[in-house]
Design a binder for this molecule. Structure first.
Ligand SMILES: Cc1ncc(C[n+]2csc(CCOP(=O)(O)OP(=O)(O)O)c2C)c(N)n1
Length: 317
């Protein structure tokens, strides 16, 4: 890849780098996300993958689903390992030990490996300015170990460690805003994406890879097992997350916020919540609270778009 290609149904690379035969659950949007990410990146890519569902399902000895250089690393150090690979390649190229060419160094980790356990290593790598892309596959809990809450689990969601009952309504805290934390590092590119919007996702992946310096892409990945949703509804559910504005799609390029693609017509959050067993226990009051917080967060995001794009108040994007 040397320039951005507009991929679509009639223009999709046939090469597979995350191959069939892995053992992800039915309807796993993470597996689809990884497949699309690697298709967009192409074969000149090295992956450092933290422990998590995508590693667990894809690397049972002696097989692997990864058809490119792949390093499995601990939860805490995907970003550190990826940055080391990038620095090492740079040194080898400078010394003339390997030919000079663009090799994409990427880290892939779940929301637990990103927002909780690997946050310190990620912050360090972003701050040091490595030429790498970090992908967070956000399925909103520690899924491979049996659905424990993470700091990325949404408010009210049932997990095995945030069980609803007499004294609890599920997850007691609001979802940590990882894309904003990444953007606060002042890196050249941050984006949110979802495999329900595959062409948008692939374009953002290419942009992230081609930009000079660190990039962070946060991918919402529906998990039917943990979300108690129907596997055949994963794509629709991802769309509903965007349509209800629970997960807005946007980019932050050199500090400028932009909605990409244009936000679809707004739907109420209940449309998204009601399709998932993890929210089954929610009362009308809590649903209203979630609606209000979603609206407020979206307003803040709109304000950032307006301010950084210098759009006059009242005008639309
Ligand atoms: C350093 C460390 N801390 C905690 C754990 C326990 N642990 C196992 S899986 C997991 C979380 C996985 O969540 P995530 O990164 O979101 O990946 P997923 O399984 O959802 O793909 C944790 C905390 C561990 N193995 N290592």
């Amino acid at each position: 890849m040397v320039q951005i290609v507009n991929y679509g149904p009639k223009n999709l690379p046939l090469d597979e780098f995350f191959c069939s035969g892995h053992r992800s659950c039915q309807g796993c949007a993470e597996a689809l996300a990884v497949r699309l990410v690697l298709k967009a990146l192409g074969r000149d890519t090295i992956v450092a993958n933290a422990t998590g569902c995508m590693e667990v399902v894809s690397t049972p000895l002696p097989t692997t689903a990864w058809a490119l250089p792949y390093i499995h690393v601990g939860f805490e150090n995907a970003a550190a390992v990826c940055s080391g690979v990038e620095a090492g390649l740079k040194a080898l190229m400078r010394k003339g030990r390997i030919p000079k060419k663009r090799i994409y160094c990427v880290a892939i980790a779940g929301d637990g490996g990103t927002a909780d356990i690997g946050l310190q290593a990620l912050s360090g790598a972003l701050e040091r300015g490595h030429n790498m892309v970090y992908f967070c596959l956000d399925n909103e809990a520690y899924m491979n170990t049996g659905i424990q809450r993470s700091s990325s689990t949404p408010y009210g969601a049932m997990t095995t460690t945030s069980p609803p009952g007499r004294l609890s309504s599920g997850q007691a805290t609001w979802k940590k805003n990882m894309p904003e934390i990444a953007a606060a590092h002042g890196i050249p590119y941050v984006a949110t994406a979802c495999p329900s919007y595959p062409w948008d996702l692939m374009k953002k992946v290419q942009k992230a890879a081609l930009i000079e310096g660190p990039a962070y892409v946060h991918i919402l990945s529906v998990c039917p097992t943990g979300w108690r949703s129907l596997p055949e509804e994963s794509i629709q559910l991802g769309k509903l997350a965007v349509q209800t504005r629970i997960f807005p799609l946007y980019e932050v390029e050199h500090g400028r916020y932009r909605f990409v693609p244009k936000p679809p017509k707004k739907k109420p959050v209940i449309e998204y919540l009601k399709r998932q067993g993890r929210f089954r226990h929610l009362t009308d009051e809590i649903i209203t609270e979630i609606q209000e917080k979603t609206d407020e967060d979206f307003r803040r995001l709109e304000a950032k778009v307006r301010i950084t794009q210098e759009i006059p108040e009242g005008a639309t994007q």
